[in-house]
Design a protein around this ligand. Structure first.
Ligand code: SF4
Length: 622
């Protein structure tokens, strides 16, 4: 077995209650590495075509990687992979905190969850062993209470718990997986899949750390990181609010504008001055990008146990909804963490409903009497709670914006989503490569799957290592930009498979560059890996995800740009700017050809064989 791994994957059949340990060979580990690539491998192997995402046939994988739990920054990540209840296509979501490292210490490289339990259960994994336990008493409880109850029941305060919340139990489609009551595998409804299996939580604890090939080299890299991280990320991602608004890239009032007049009031700077109580981190990370906030008194109290809003939440609950009340946004963030919901899909769906309300497509009669106008902080918080409870109008919004538009028969053109996944808070109008990547990404709109456009100029030196030698401005979508998008997407696809944090390891602005990614994997595993080999792992993952979608009969027709992006923005630095359908279609076609896919965006047998994925070509009947 290679260094850095346990060599054991736990399979849990919730239908029969049977637990089995798979011991894949070293080639398997080197080929897929871990995380999202390994999770998609199991998805293709175990979830049959046409499976109901909320049925027992769907498979939910929780995979870590070789570096997880190693004492260096940016490694405690877990990839959740399943067929998404939002898209009925491949779904994946990464999350951090302490749970991923603890799973590794508990003795496994990953868990594959099959079937559906008859009654609510939770999985207790510890010191290389696992058991299913009754969870009837935990069903319907808020996340922090569930975590406390499991720790008390098992008699250990150091246990970490990854769980679905009450929103997912009730069927909200964008249910998140929550750990620590404030970390989320938020996107794509992975929490809803867990709840559909009658699985409440996975609790982990252990002391088994895999041996490292070269501990001194790991130590040297960690030391270098600590020296270069300085004070870390003092404002966290919230520091992006002001620059984004200034450059016209902060989605405002359901993507009608890129500039928010209330940006100052919801900025990272304002959080630090007013409601920040502490900074937090993930296991072993010196970057410490997490903000913990507290609000006492007033209409929107916030308990620090539930963390604090990051950039995406400040935007989706704030500027998307025209809300500049920081306490209300922090409260909405808390509710999402309590109920276990993705803050991006939740805030964006409410923003969509507010847009419909403003345009007279919805009235108070539809919205339980709530005046869903942009800027109404109280209505925002009320609606988040109603979605979490899945009551009244919240029941409709809990379906996500795409389905809500279908159910209500209004506002189709106001939906800002791709493959059922609402757009995160980065605007393709000003970062044009995003238009392509949002469209073609197999899991739907995702801002973490490539390097955003400004990096091509700002980080030209580092990107040259990827043969990206011709920096392009952010607002163009030409052939060179397509190449840039594809290559950096492959790098991120690799780090999602090794399970590394994008804020720490990457091809551009991150603390560690691609040469150091190679070094750390060599030091941990003992494999003499190269950047070439790692790029192939990234490509393999991307092709596995596309292949899953192709097997569902879905290709280029799902790679779309929401119509709202084609309408000129109003006000600020991006006034009048728009994406055009033609430029995206041209870029898409070029991208497919560069990726080695057919004109319908499906991997070809030749491409799959080139990636040693002949079995996938067989699976697709190619
Ligand atoms: S940079 Fe932030 S999210 Fe990433 S590992 Fe460190 S603390 Fe966690």
């Amino acid at each position: 077995m290679p260094y850095g791994y346990h060599g054991e994957i736990l399979h849990v059949d919730l239908t029969t209650g049977k637990l089995e340990v798979e011991e894949p060979d070293e080639t398997f580990y080197r080929k897929y590495m871990g995380g999202s690539a390994m999770g998609t491998y199991y998805l293709l192997k175990h979830t049959p075509p046409g499976a109901d995402p909320l049925g027992p046939e769907n498979t939910l994988s929780l995979m870590v990687g070789p570096i997880t739990g190693v004492p260096i920054s940016g490694q405690s990540r877990v990839a959740a992979t399943a067929k998404s209840p939002l898209s009925s296509l491949a779904g994946e979501s990464a999350g951090g905190g302490f749970w991923p490292a603890e799973l590794k210490f508990a003795g496994f490289d990953g868990i594959v969850l099959h079937g559906r339990a008859e009654r609510p259960v939770y999985l207790w994994v510890h010191d290389g062993e696992a058991e299913l336990r009754d969870a009837a008493h935990l069903w319907g409880q808020f996340t922090a209470d569930v975590e406390d109850a499991i720790r008390e029941e098992l008699g250990n305060r150091r246990i970490h718990v990854l769980q679905c919340g009450p929103a997912a139990e009730k069927g909200v489609r964008f249910g998140a997986l929550i750990s620590n009551a404030n970390r989320a595998n938020g996107r794509g409804g992975m929490g809803t899949v867990m709840a559909s299996k009658n699985l409440k939580a996975v609790a982990v604890r252990g002391r088994d750390r895999p041996e490292l090939a070269d501990p001194e080299a790991v130590k040297a890299l960690a030391k270098w990181g600590a020296e270069h991280a300085g004070e870390g990320w003092v404002l966290g991602t919230a520091g992006s609010v002001l620059p984004q608004s200034k450059t016209g890239g902060l989605p405002t009032r359901n993507w009608s504008s890129g500039t928010f007049e209330g940006a100052e009031a919801i900025s990272g700077e304002r959080i630090v001055e007013t409601i920040q109580k502490a900074r937090d981190t993930c296991f072993g990370c010196v970057v410490r990008c997490k903000s913990v906030v507290e609000v006492t008194g007033g209409p929107f109290p916030v308990d620090p146990r539930y963390g604090g809003p990051e950039y995406e939440t400040l935007a989706t609950m704030g500027s998307y909804c025209g809300v500049s009340d920081l306490a209300a946004i922090a409260r909405a963030n808390q509710l999402c963490n309590m109920y276990g919901m993705d803050t991006i899909s939740c805030g964006a769906t409410i923003a969509w409903a507010m847009d419909c309300f403003e345009q007279g497509l919805l009235t108070p009669e539809d919205t339980d009497g709530v005046v869903l106008r942009f800027g109404n902080a109280e209505a925002l918080v009320q609606m988040v709670e109603r979605i979490g409870e899945r009551e009244g109008f919240g029941r409709v919004l809990g379906e996500g914006s795409v389905r809500a538009a279908e159910i209500l028969g209004v506002g189709h053109d106001l939906v800002v989503a791709v493959k059922g996944r609402e757009l995160p808070a980065h605007m393709p109008q000003v970062k044009r490569g995003l238009a392509l990547i949002y469209a073609v990404n197999p899991g739907g709109a995702d801002h973490t799957v490539f390097e955003h456009d400004p990096s091509y100029i700002d980080q030209a030196e580092r990107l040259a290592a990827l043969d990206l030698l011709d920096p392009q401005p952010a607002d163009v979508l030409n052939a060179e930009k397509v190449r840039y998008a594809l290559y950096t997407q492959i790098v991120n696809s690799c780090t999602d498979s090794v399970c590394l944090c994008w804020f720490v390891f990457g091809g551009a602005w991150q603390l560690y560059d691609t040469s150091q990614i190679v070094k750390v994997i060599r030091a941990v595993t003992g494999w003499n890996v190269s950047l070439w080999e790692l790029m192939k792992v990234g490509e393999r993952r991307l092709n596995l995800l596309r292949a899953f979608n192709a097997r569902e009969g879905v290709g280029a027709e799902a790679d779309t740009v929401p119509p709202k992006l084609l309408i000129p923005l109003q006000g600020g630095a991006s006034d009048g700017v728009t994406v055009t359908a033609e430029e995206v279609e041209t870029a898409k076609s070029l991208y497919y050809q560069m990726a080695g896919w057919d004109e319908n965006g499906r991997p070809t047998r030749a491409k799959l064989e080139e990636l040693a994925l002949g079995w996938v070509a067989d699976e697709l009947g190619l």
